[in-house]
Design a protein around this ligand. Structure first.
Ligand SMILES: [Ca+2]
Ligand SMILES: [Ca+2]
Length: 262
């Protein structure tokens, strides 16, 4: 985009002046509009969105900026620099985020859960999230230790093919299901898909701990959908910096922000 703007100034001063300026203006408007669309988080089917930005955290309450599923902080996770804005850093000892049960968080028909993660310590089980009471009941669990393990409907699915988290680096992770098959994406690429079903659990959604295994790392931009997310939608969300109230009034700002992260 920077090059486009420099070129625009150059052509604007060209002897044939205005004609080129108009053509280039239309071109730039198209480019900018396209990027603005890509910068938006998919809102179709969006249930909850915890940006974990500083302004959404008050005392122990983490606000759901899209739906009404506010979370409660346990332990003392630190508000730190995130993938976008701020995020929560969990200490691997006793920190976690708890979100009360609602049917839209159960993912027992179609649904998705998405987040950015930056693991501090990779060489032990990292409990990422769970919505289940035990290892052997209804619900779902996602943990990581050199491979992803997802459990839904009481079959462990090892996502160990191409997915790999790297200490100190951000990765975008999506678990999405159509009710029959679960798909795990990392950084916009399908890691693996497995036939599995999720049985509804009324246990709270816990982020940062799975039954005694705590996360030593940072989580950011957590979203839940009530539908399967396509690869295209997942890639769009990867590029999106979040929901912005400035979308219609400050397109250039949004575009710059988007380009910076590509
Ligand atoms: Ca954030
Ligand atoms: Ca703590």
């Amino acid at each position: 985009m920077e090059k486009c703007i420099i070129n625009f100034k150059f052509y604007y001063k060209f002897p044939y002046g205005q004609q080129y300026a108009i053509i280039l203006s239309i071109f730039l408007l198209t480019v900018v509009s396209g990027n603005v669309l890509n910068a938006q988080v998919v809102t179709d089917g969006l249930v909850s969105y915890w940006s974990l930005n500083r302004e959404t955290i008050q005392d122990n309450t983490v606000k759901d900026t899209w739906g009404s599923n506010d979370g409660k902080i346990n332990g003392e996770p630190k508000i730190t620099k995130g993938r976008f804005g701020e995020a929560l850093a969990f200490d691997g000892v006793d920190d976690y985020l708890e979100i009360p049960d609602t049917d839209t968080l159960r993912l027992d028909s179609t649904g998705s859960i998405e987040f950015w993660i930056n693991i501090t310590q990779i060489n032990k089980y990292q409990g990422i999230l769970i919505k289940a009471l035990t290892w052997t009941g209804s619900g779902y669990v996602l943990r990581y230790s050199s491979e992803y393990q997802f459990q839904g409907g009481w079959e462990w699915v090892d996502f160990h093919e191409d997915g790999e988290l790297i200490e100190g680096e951000w990765s975008h992770v999506v678990m999405t299901t159509d009710g029959e098959t679960a798909f795990l994406y990392q950084d916009g690429k399908l890691v693996v898909s497995e036939e599995t079903t999720v049985a509804a659990s009324t246990h709270p959604l816990i982020i940062g701990e799975t039954l005694g295994y705590y996360l030593n790392g940072i989580i950011d931009e957590v979203r839940v959908y009530d539908k399967l997310l396509s690869e295209q939608e997942i890639k769009q969300n990867m590029r999106a910096k979040g929901l912005s109230v400035k979308d219609n009034s400050n397109n250039i700002t949004i575009t710059w922000a988007t380009l910076k992260i590509l």
